[in-house]
Design a protein around this ligand. Structure first.
Ligand SMILES: Nc1ncnc2c1ncn2[C@@H]1O[C@H](COP(=O)(O)OP(=O)(O)OP(=O)(O)O)[C@@H](O)[C@H]1O
Ligand SMILES: [Mg+2]
Length: 479
């Protein structure tokens, strides 16, 4: 249920339900007890007395009132007796102090009590006669001989127990009880649907604030509370994800530090060793000194390159490298690249060839220097990890709907299935490469950063022993 609807419903129910219960219970109470005690309820009694009055003073042309002597006639007395009997009423007629006619014998004290009830409000004209309650109506009359008299009409009324106060007390008790029960029920459902779920959320928030995210927030309660639970659960999942990412980031930072330290330590250690060799006189001939110095120099160059790569990688990682994007003809660009490295590759006995399979558009938007760095690294890898007598690098330029796909395929050592998913990770080097070749394992990680920085994709397909294809997909230039 909607929270707003629940509030409206609860507020209305708190008043309406006790009122309805009180009304129904009072009615049943009156009805049942009237039956049990065989008494008529007041409305009927009032009706009866009104009826008698009408019978005697209106319908009969006010015969009794105008000529009360008629009551002394036997026929009229019989007529009245039957009429009154049919409505269970009685009459006493007084001429002066003398009773001239009565359908029920009443004691003098009781009659006196009746005669005192001269008011018009019948509810106040209640008299007990021989253990029964009656409503009394006293009508003054004048006889023809000038004598005054009184006609006393009696109709059975409620018993004593059924007074207005008692009914009122009963109704109040019923109202208070039903009001309390309704309140308890409403508070109970309100707790179940609103307060309890909110308490659970409060506990969940407490756990989250203490860094405990290992639990689930279950939806419960009214619509808005369920929504709140859902948002809380979403927030918890986001926090779990964030803490996982943070942990991964921390772990990878640790790996980064240890990799950097390790990769820098190796050349530094050998530089130290060679320099000590010279200082200690181990290199005791000019040729040896020259050899040692050349080794120190090459290690220093390697370190220098590694630090450059590292700086570039971290600048790319922090998005601090701004690309100088230019509209570029893919075919011409690759022809130029190949021209630059062709001679170098020939020295390593590697043949490079370019296959243009482009059909329509051949322009891409790239930072030419950065993409050149990527191409050089991939071709440099093909050269470094070439194990065939005659090396081969084929570059295919192909076209997809919105992209140009460049494949750089070699016939080198290939990459094992277990290494393949990681070669674009920073510092990752297959064991074989680690053993034999110089490098820091940053080349492909940098390539990935640069290509993704251009909105493109880079991936590799390889078979161990057969060769490797590195694929680059870059968005075509749209006019
Ligand atoms: N064409 C290839 N043939 C075989 N193995 C390859 C090839 N290209 C990459 N690899 C494997 O992937 C790893 C990662 O390549 P990457 O270029 O990132 O690092 P690197 O060449 O070892 O070092 P760096 O490029 O920093 O000098 C390499 O160490 C090698 O094991
Ligand atoms: Mg490399």
């Amino acid at each position: 249920m909607d929270l707003k609807k629940r509030l409206i419903f609860s507020n209305a129910a708190i008043i309406v339900i006790p009122l309805v219960i009180t009304f129904v219970a009072s009615f049943i109470f009156m009805f049942v007890f009237a039956r049990i005690h065989d008494v008529d309820i007041s409305y009927n009694n009032v009706k009866k007395l009104t009826q008698i009055q009408y019978e005697f003073f209106k319908a009969d042309g006010s015969v009794l009132k105008n000529s009360p002597e008629i009551i002394l006639e036997k026929d009229y007395q019989e007529y009245i007796s039957t009429r009154l009997d049919s409505i269970e009423a009685d009459i006493v007629v007084l001429k002066g102090q003398e009773r001239v006619f009565e359908t029920r014998s009443i004691g003098p004290i009781e009659l006196e009590r009746c005669l005192q009830k001269t008011g018009d409000n019948l509810f106040n004209n209640i008299v007990e006669i021989q253990g029964e309650t009656y409503m009394v109506k006293v009508i003054p009359v004048n006889f023809k001989n000038g004598e005054s008299g009184k006609i006393v009409l009696l109709a059975p009324a409620m018993n004593d127990w059924m007074t207005t106060e008692k009914l009122l007390i009963f109704s109040i008790m019923i109202f208070v009880t039903s009001f309390t029960i309704t309140n308890v029920v409403i508070i109970f459902t309100f707790s179940k649907k609103v307060i309890n779920p909110l308490r659970k959320l409060q506990a969940a928030a407490g756990k989250i604030s203490q860094g405990n995210l290992d639990f689930e927030i279950i939806e419960d309660g009214d619509a808005q509370i369920r929504e709140l639970c859902r948002s809380f659960e979403k927030m918890r999942l986001k926090l779990v994800e964030a803490s996982y990412t943070q942990k991964k980031y921390d772990d990878s930072r640790k790996v980064l530090f240890s990799s950097i330290s390790h990769d820098l330590k190796t050349p530094i250690t050998s530089i130290k060793g060679y320099v000590e060799g010279i200082l200690d006189g181990v290199a005791n001939t000019p040729q040896k000194v020259d050899k040692y110095l050349k080794t120190v120099h090459s290690k220093a160059v390697h370190m220098d390159r590694m630090i450059d790569d590292l700086l570039l990688y971290s600048r790319l990682d922090m998005n601090k490298v701004s690309f100088n994007i230019e509209k570029t003809d893919v075919l011409k660009y690759f022809e130029d690249c190949i021209y630059e490295i062709d001679i170098e590759l020939e020295k390593s006995n590697i043949k490079i060839a370019l296959y243009d399979q482009l059909k329509g558009k051949r322009y891409i938007m790239i930072d030419r220097d950065q993409i050149r760095r990527v191409i050089i690294n991939i071709i440099d890898n093909s050269r470094k990890y070439m194990d065939k007598e005659q090396g081969k690098i084929d570059i295919f330029l192909r076209e997809a709907t919105s992209h140009v796909v460049i494949e750089l395929k070699d016939n080198g050592a290939g990459i094992s299935e277990s290494d393949l998913p990681y070669i674009f990770d920073r510092f990752y080097r297959a064991d074989s490469a680690r053993d034999t070749m110089n490098g820091s394992g940053l080349g492909l990680a940098i390539a990935k950063q640069i290509i993704e920085g251009h909105g493109g994709k880079i991936w590799a397909v390889s078979r161990k022993g057969e060769g490797t294809s590195v694929m680059i997909s870059l968005k075509k230039y749209e006019d």
